[in-house]
Ligand binder design. Structure first.
Ligand code: ZN
Length: 84
């Protein structure tokens, strides 16, 4: 059984100016569905980490809903348990 993973993560927006990128997205390795979140804060590049965390939470939900048989597998290999 293959674990779903978040692949091809990137930013929507001009790559040269991270400030102007508004969304972060990645693709589910299992069903190829795009998971996308809005940037945490509207300005400043320092929110990258925050936004990446949001994307991982969104992907977590995606796995739970779409691949429940793999959810425990995916959750158990998560490096951190993020607080809300
Ligand atoms: Zn999926």
């Amino acid at each position: 059984m293959k674990k779903p993973e978040l692949t091809g993560a990137g930013w929507l927006g001009p790559r040269d100016e991270m400030d102007r990128a508004s969304h972060r997205f990645g693709k589910c390795s299992q069903c190829k569905e795009i998971v996308c979140v809005e940037k945490a804060v509207a300005d400043g590049p320092s929110t990258q980490r925050e936004t990446s965390k949001m994307l991982h939470n969104a992907f977590d939900t995606h796995v739970k809903l779409n691949h429940p048989e793999n959810y425990n597998l995916a959750a158990s290999r998560k490096p951190n348990n993020y607080d809300t």
